[in-house]
Design a protein around this ligand. Structure first.
Ligand code: PLP
Length: 399
């Protein structure tokens, strides 16, 4: 199949370099076989508990509840944090759409917060400014002055493997009495001021989708230090059973459980997490060094207070200096079998979430226009990475 018959950004064909594919070279096969050999294939089984313990230990949180995917974890996180219909939740506008959809699942509303230009994370200054100037307390409840709705939670998204600047956000959360839900789905292993993401807020969510740092095919996890919230999350994800024998259900629950087979993959993947993170950091360092001199290309950066896991290594393309736009570069690389991707349409521009409240979001719009994620699978071979770097430099030379 000629490469031009593929959608730009679609997985590269044979010989091509895909954006980000799983690495399954440890005990995955052996552990899945154990599930089949012991007949534990469904939602109860030793691997589910082992996987929950592995994530809880790694993140440094007392409790973990496995879920069918990261979006389900976010849905339940909002419920256990007390978000109710017509409430508002502050969320990063520059994110994959899942956390925003989860806010709508509980019939609440997103308030989109812009990205900051340096590390592309939620602009905490703009979030705090919104809380201080755009909201006031009425009858003990924090309300958005413009919409009149109650502001109920903060949902920062640690995008692309890098943490949000959590210090000032957590300080504001305390001051305004708001729970913090970390969407850490893209950043397992990242640290803010030495502390692992997932232990910074009240509740945090992880994803083990195929392109994430570790994968279970599909899967997610909610972690928290609060035993009450953990128990409530377990209850809600297992159909809210009050009496499992008599099938009595105290509220409307969900079937959000992870299967033992998927958890078996997760346990095996967690045995390699340190290697995976080291590989991602090595790949990032190679790109940053290799693209350093290319005019119009700004490599992804890491804040002095952060240890990024560089989940999706991305660059900014300054169209006028580089000689072509990020999308033109995407098409050029696609012709060479190199798969790249732009960042997500910001939430405040999403047709699905029209009418939601937003801060000024001009930075996110620029990042959406100029950013491109490069191939960065854990198993990316050095010669393949060199091909990507050379291709970008060569395209620049002919532009
Ligand atoms: C991947 C991802 C999720 C959750 O994804 P699932 O596919 O449901 O596991 C949530 N938020 C962000 C920012 C993500 O990138």
């Amino acid at each position: 199949m000629p490469s031009s018959s593929r959608e730009p950004g679609a997985p590269a064909t044979a010989g091509g370099i895909p954006l980000c594919v799983p690495e399954l070279r440890g005990n995955e096969w052996a552990y899945v076989k154990q599930c089949l050999d012991t007949n534990f294939v469904s939602s109860v089984g030793p691997f589910v508990t082992r996987f929950e313990e592995a994530i809880a230990n790694y993140v440094g949180r007392a409790h973990a509840v496995a879920t069918v995917n990261g979006t389900a974890a976010l849905h339940v996180a909002l419920l256990v944090c007390g978000v109710e219909p017509d409430d508002e939740v502050l969320v990063s506008t520059l994110t994959f759409i899942a956390p925003v959809n989860a806010i709508r699942y509980v019939r609440a509303w997103p308030v989109f917060v812009d990205a900051e230009p340096q590390y592309w994370q939620m602009d905490v200054g703009k979030a705090v400014e919104f809380l201080e100037r755009g909201c006031d307390f009425r009858n003990g409840e924090l309300r958005n002055r413009a919409s009149g709705r109650r502001v109920r939670a903060l949902l920062p998204v640690h995008i692309l493997g890098h943490p949000v600047e959590m210090g000032p956000l957590l300080e504001a959360a305390r001051r305004f009495g708001l729970p913090v839900i970390e969407d850490a789905t893209e950043s397992l292993g990242a640290r803010y001021e030495g502390r692992t993401v997932g232990q910074l807020g009240d509740v945090a969510c992880f994803s083990f989708n195929g392109n994430k740092l570790i994968t279970t095919g599909a899967g997610g996890m909610l972690v928290t230090g609060d035993p009450g919230r953990a128990a409530r999350a377990k209850y809600l994800t297992t159909q809210a059973k009050d009496d499992p024998l008599e099938y009595v259900h105290g509220t409307v629950g969900f079937n959000y459980r992870l299967s033992n087979v998927q958890a078996a993959l997760g346990v095996a993947q967690m045995e390699s997490i340190d290697e995976f993170v080291a590989a991602k950091r090595r790949i990032a360092a190679e790109y940053s060094a290799g693209l350093d001199g290319v005019p119009g290309i700004a490599p992804m950066r890491q804040a002095p207070w952060a240890e990024s896991v560089f989940w999706l290594y991305s660059i900014l393309v300054d169209g006028s200096t580089f000689g072509m736009t990020s999308r033109a570069l995407l098409r050029n690389l696609d012709e060479l079998g190199i798969q790249t991707r732009p960042l997500w349409q910001p939430g405040h521009l999403s047709p699905a979430h029209r009418g939601a409240f937003a801060t000024d979001c001009s930075v996110a719009e620029r990042l959406n226009r100029d950013a491109l994620s490069l191939p960065c699978s854990v198993g990316l071979a050095p010669d393949a990475q060199a091909r990507v770097i050379e291709a970008i430099a060569a395209v620049a030379a002919t532009a």
